[in-house]
Design a protein around this ligand. Sequence first.
Ligand code: HAM
Length: 433
Amino acid sequence: MSRAALPGFRDFYPQEFAERAYVMDAWREVTRRYGFVEYDGPPLEPLELYTAKSGEEIVGQLYVFEDKGGRKVALRPEMTPTFARMVGAKLNALRKPVRWFSTPQLFRYERQQKGRLREHFQLNVDIVGEADVAADAELLACAIDVMREVGLTSKDVRARVSDRRLIGALLSHFEIADKDQPLVYAVLDKLDREPRDVLEKRLTDAGIAFHTVGSLFEAVASRDLDELRSRLGGMRALDGHFETLGRYFELLEALGVRDWVQLDLSVVRGLAYYTGIVFELFDNEGEFRAICGGGRYDDLLATLGGTAAPALGFGMGDVVLGELLRSRKLMPALEPAVDFWVACDDDALLPDVMSVAAKLRGSGRSVEYSLKGQQLSRQMKAAASAGAGQVVILLRDQWSGGSGTVTVKTLADGTERVVRSDVLLNFPMQDNG
Ligand code: HAM
C-alpha cells in the first residue's frame, strides 16, 4: 500500500497547517475590513454547472464521476458557478450590492507543475449588483490589501489589468472574425511565455493578415493608457472603454493602490465567463504563476438560470501565495506555545497536577503536563520545548495535599516565585512573547 498522499494532494503537518492558517487569517482579516460576509456551498456539484460556462480548460480538469443515484457529479474546481447559482436564485431577497467571500478547497486534475496542485484553497471575493467601475476598483484594492497584510509591497507584486470589451472592440476594428477570436485570446495569453515569431505564425496560419498581427501585438505591448489611447487615436469605438479604464485608474489612486497596478492587455484570463475588466496579480520577478485572478462576469448569473445582474470577483489560491511568502522569508514559522506547564517531583502527584491543569484551563489558560510520571528535569525540558511561558511546579514537601504552596517558574528569564496554591488560579498571566 502506498504511504504517500495522491499526487497533487497535500498532507498538512502542523507547520504546514500553521502556514495555511496564517494565509487564511490574512484573507479573513482583509475581507472583514471591506465588509464582505462569508458563505459556502457544496463541494460536490452537478457536472453541468461547469459545462455551462466555465470553459474547456477547466472542464477538462474536472474530477467527475457518477453517484449512486446515476447523477453526473464533479468536485468543485472553482467557486464562481456555485456562487452565481446561489446568488442568482435569491437575488431579490439579498442586500445589494452582495459582498460575499468564501475560502473553499477546490479540485482540478492539473498537469503537475510549480504552483499548481490538484487541490488548493482559494479565497473568493465577489460583488453582485453593481455595474459601476467603482466596484471593479474596490475589488482589486481588496486583493492588493491581502498582499500588504502578509508583508508584500508593490516592489514584490504587480496587478496586471485588462478589459475584455476593449480587446473585443480592438479585434473587431482589426476585422478579426469572431471564430478566430478564441485563438487570438489564447495567443495573447502566451505572449510572455512563447517566442513572438511562433505566436505570429499561429495567427497568420489561421488566415489573419501579417500587418494586422503586427498592429495587434504593438497595441497589447502598451503599458500606459494614455500612450495606447494616442496610438489608437481615431478609433471611436474604443473611446468609451478608454474612459472607463481611465476612471478605474483614478479610483484605484483614491484607494491608495494605483502604484501596484499596470495596464496589460495580454491578460486574458482562462475562464470563459468574463465580460469586462479582468486582472491578475503576479510577483514582480516573474518567478511564479498568477497569485490571483478575477474580473467582471456580467452575464453568468442569467446563464445559470438566475436573475440577471452585474457581477465581479476574484480567486486567490493558497499555493502560489505560500511559495512567494516562503521565498521572501515572510512565512512565519510555527512556534509552539502554551501559557503553563504543570510539573511535579513525585509520580503520586499526577492527579493533583491534572486538577491544577483543569483549574487553569477553566480560567482560559492553555496548559500541558506530562501524561506519565517523569523526572522533574525531563518535565522542565518538555515544558521548554512546548514553548511554555511558566511552569507550575508541585513539590511534595511544599504542596501538602493542596493546602501549601507551589513554585512558579518563568522560563524566559528563569525567575521563580513561591505562590500559595489556593491563589494559583488568580495568578496573573505573563506575556509569553
Ligand atoms: P483562476 O484563475 O482559475 O480563477 O484561479 C484563481 C487563482 O487560484 C489562481 O491565480 C491561482 O492562484 C489559484 N489556482 C488555480 N488553480 C490552481 C491549482 N491547480 N493549484 C494551485 N492554485 C491554483 C478562478 O478560479 C475564478 N473562479 C476566480 C473568480 C472568482 N472569478 C470571479 N470570482
